[in-house]
Design a protein around this ligand. Structure first.
Ligand code: HDD
Length: 746
């Protein structure tokens, strides 16, 4: 290229002076009003780096002004082209905007949580009932006291990008921004834990995470190292059994129980103490997927639970849980009815110690920014308020160390409490100073106490009002040793109680889950060891799994525990509200669209979500009626999304439904009763296998036959018109599934 051409191509080579061929500079967007304030972000405002108070915009919309700027507030005139020596020449290192933009991008990811990496969260409010005032002075549990909360649900094993509906424990962590400081209840949806001592936590996690050579399998316990660990450390038997039950594959975060797992100590205003176990009880009931649904969902919608939570909140169907406590006398043995309360592999049956409700949690707002809130939230079981204290559970002791330690790596230093989502809503005056990512500009000259320079401030709370008052519990005379009490050695009576409390359907599911997982193991010795563990729980369980593995069922190697079942452990046999349930309506343009519209109305009136499933997107219209909007197509719908499926009636006698016309359009010679769309047949077949209520009206029953769904089967409702069948379908939904169809190997 000659010199003249080169100069022209470089836009005269003068930055800021666009040449005639320069692209137009984009118009800046018009400034918007900041987003409305979020109650949970109304934490104390820190000072800006210059020491000036920040403006009211902080914590709502991080960006201000109409113009794109660098991090230093300089306005670039072009953010799409690197600075070059000539348009076709090399990029210049001096381009600060380029380097700043790329450098920041390079550091956008932070280490994911070592466990519970995959999560979804929501803001909400907790209202105390006041019923706990006799046992705790915690202010947030007072009558009608409202406290902002942030709740993060999670799976344990998978990476941040893994699927939601895997068989796993779910985290249920709640941050209460109380007037007395932050209280974190960092629990799970399973009330017991794999291990009794925190020193084994790295071991159980190493065993459960993907194998270190190939890094597979992702987000699964169905592999050799997991089963090797849990059969060698038989204290894991109880938690593993819960995982293999339907509790391991919840239908939704909204339909899970939550548990504090450990025993905590509550302290009232008189200094009296009570031992408690925390329970979260979902208002919508406790519901699970069936295994095949979970597997389908992980492929067709890996964000199944995350989407479900966000959609429900966006639609105004705010999920609610009651917080309850089981209470026990704070005795010297720290046990109740022979159950060691310091052993986190134990539950106390609700029949022995009923759960007493103490407050209501409502989740009512989705996060504004996933990273800032859901990813950066940092929980810690040691974040306690006056009136709630710890016990000597050795698992809890290790957690008290671990959580703060992990945040230092994950969030890049010790100042993570200053991140907006972690800021207490109570005043903070902590004398913690400096460190990586310090965002506060602390004033004063004496960050120590007592001092005589800053007016002696800060002062100490009185002993009666302060936090972290170790209850003066007498410690037994002891010598240092590594060991556990003999009561920690019983690993089978609690699992046996759980098994005996299950209904036949639930037992069938448990046998199916063990059989699936162990058949994924390669080592026969591990499968045999697992069968020995199962034999020590129950012969029916062991034999059922052994059959599926093609191995002999061993005899128990110890006497089976004599325990009473606890019916409260079963998820079945109860009726639940149907609010928020999703009903699919299969329809096409051959249908009576007035009836479809009226069915949608009835479903909405019952507080449920109707989704019309049709051959193509857009709207259904057939001339005589108003169009009906389509939410799912035959290609995007799978049964797992729906709690019940309806087949809309067709218009005239003998009319074809759901794809028959399409088939005929493609092949005019096709017989009049051409098979319906195979995707509809698959949807119906799965809905039937998974125990879902199915309704059909106005001649649509013909499609049921093609799908192999018997019209007279339990939970299949066929009628002339929609009106006659809807109430019966709604009634079926209150039981979650049509349990009479199980066990069917689902
Ligand atoms: Fe843990 C995260 C729950 C035992 C160490 N744990 C974490 C989360 C939940 C739990 C819900 C996710 C919090 C969030 O959403 O950010 N963990 C439990 C329960 C346990 C338990 C119910 C037993 C009763 N955990 C446990 C032990 C240790 C840890 C014994 C270590 C000694 N847990 C951690 C951790 C994590 C964590 C490594 C990872 C990310 C984080 O803390 O913030 O520190």
């Amino acid at each position: 290229m000659n010199e003249k051409k080169q100069k022209k191509a470089a836009g005269d080579g003068i930055p800021g002076k666009p040449g005639p061929e320069s692209p137009p500079v984009a118009e800046p967007t018009t400034p918007r009003d900041p987003l409305p304030p979020k109650a949970d972000q109304s934490a104390p405002e820190p000072y800006s780096p210059t020491g000036a108070p920040t403006d009211g915009d902080r914590g709502r919309s991080a960006q201000r002004g109409a113009y794109l700027t660098t991090a230093q507030g300089n306005r670039p005139y072009d953010s799409d082209h690197s600075l070059k020596a000539g348009r076709r020449g090399p990029v210049l290192l001096q381009d600060h905007h380029l380097r700043e933009k790329i450098t920041h991008f390079d550091h956008e990811r932070i280490p994911e949580r070592v466990v519970h990496a995959r999560g979804a969260a929501a803001h909400g409010v907790f209202r105390g009932y006041g019923s706990a005032e006799q046992i705790t002075k915690a202010a947030f549990l007072g009558e009608d006291v409202e406290t902002p909360v942030f709740v993060r649900f999670s799976t344990v094993l998978g990476s941040r990008g893994s699927a939601d509906a895997v068989r796993d424990t779910r985290g249920f962590a709640t941050k209460f921004y109380t007037t007395e400081g932050v209280f974190d209840l960092v629990g799970n949806n399973i009330p017991v834990f794999f291990i009794q001592d925190a020193i084994k936590f790295p071991d159980v996690v190493h065993a459960a995470k993907p194998h270190p050579d190939r890094e597979i399998p992702q987000a699964q316990s169905a592999h050799d190292t997991f089963w090797d660990f849990v059969t060698l450390h038989t204290e894991a038997t109880h938690h593993t059994l819960w995982n293999m039950s339907d509790r391991g594959i919840p239908r939704s975060y909204r339909t899970m129980e939550g548990f504090g797992v450990h025993t905590f100590r509550m302290v009232n205003a008189r200094g009296e103490t009570t031992l408690v176990k925390f329970h979260w009880k979902p208002k919508l009931g406790i519901h699970s997927l069936v295994w095949e649904e979970a597997q389908i969902s992980n492929g067709m919608d890996p964000d199944f639970h995350r989407r479900d939570l966000a959609d429900a909140i966006e639609a105004g169907a705010f999920p609610e849980w009651e917080l309850g406590v089981q209470t026990f006398p704070d005795n010297e043995e720290q046990s109740f009815e022979g159950i060691d309360l310091l052993d986190p592999t134990n539950i106390v049956p609700e029949e022995l110690a009923p759960v007493q409700p103490i407050g209501l949690l409502t989740l009512n707002a989705n996060p504004t920014n996933f990273f800032a809130e859901t990813e950066q939230v940092a929980f810690h079981p040691g974040h306690l308020v006056p009136g709630i204290d710890i016990t000597d559970d050795p698992l809890l002791a290790g957690r008290l160390f671990s959580y703060i330690d992990t945040q230092i790596t994950r969030l890049g230093g010790p100042n993570f409490a200053q991140l907006p989502i972690n800021r207490p809503h109570a005043p903070v005056n902590d004398m913690l100073r400096d460190g990586m990512h310090q965002t506060a500009v602390h004033r004063g000259t004496a960050p120590y106490r007592p001092n005589s320079l800053d007016g002696g401030c800060p002062f100490l709370a009185g002993r009666d009002e302060g936090a972290y008052i170790e209850v003066p519990v007498d410690l037994p005379a002891a010598k240092k040793e590594r060991g556990a009490p003999a009561s920690f050695d019983d690993h089978f009576s609690q699992p046996r109680r759980f098994w005996l409390s299950m209904t036949p359907v639930e037992r069938e599911h448990i046998i199916g889950a063990y059989t699936f997982e162990l058949n994924k193991c390669h080592e026969t010795a591990i499968k045999q060891r697992a069968l020995q563990v199962l034999a020590n729980i129950d012969a029916e369980l062991c034999q059922g799994v052994a059959r599926g593995l093609g191995l002999a069922a061993p005899d128990p190697d110890r006497p089976l525990a004599a325990v009473e079942p606890s019916p409260a452990l079963s998820q079945l046999g109860r009726q639940w509200p149907v609010e928020g349930r999703v009903v699919g309506i299969v329809a096409d343009e051959g249908c009576d669209l007035d009836a479809v519209r009226s069915a949608r109305g009835s479903i909405l009136d019952a507080g449920m979500v109707p989704l019309v499933i049709a051959p193509a997107g857009g709207a259904l219209q057939n001339g005589s009626t108003q169009p009906v909007a389509v939410q799912r197509t035959f290609a995007t719908a799978r049964s797992v999304e729906f709690d019940a499926v309806l087949l809309a009636g067709v218009t005239g006698p003998g009319a074809d439904a759901y794809g028959a016309r399409d088939a005929k359009a493609a092949d005019p010679a096709a017989p009049a009763d051409a098979a319906s769309d195979p995707r509809v047949l698959l949807l119906l077949g799965e809905a039937y296998r998974h125990g879902k209520a199915i309704g059909a009206w106005g001649g649509a029953g013909r499609v049921l036959q093609e799908a192999g769904v018997p019209e007279d089967a339990a939970g299949v409702v066929v009628g002339d018109g929609a009106g006659g069948i809807l109430d019966r379908v709604f009634a079926l939904l209150a039981s979650h599934r049509v349990w009479d169809r199980f066990p069917a190997g689902a």
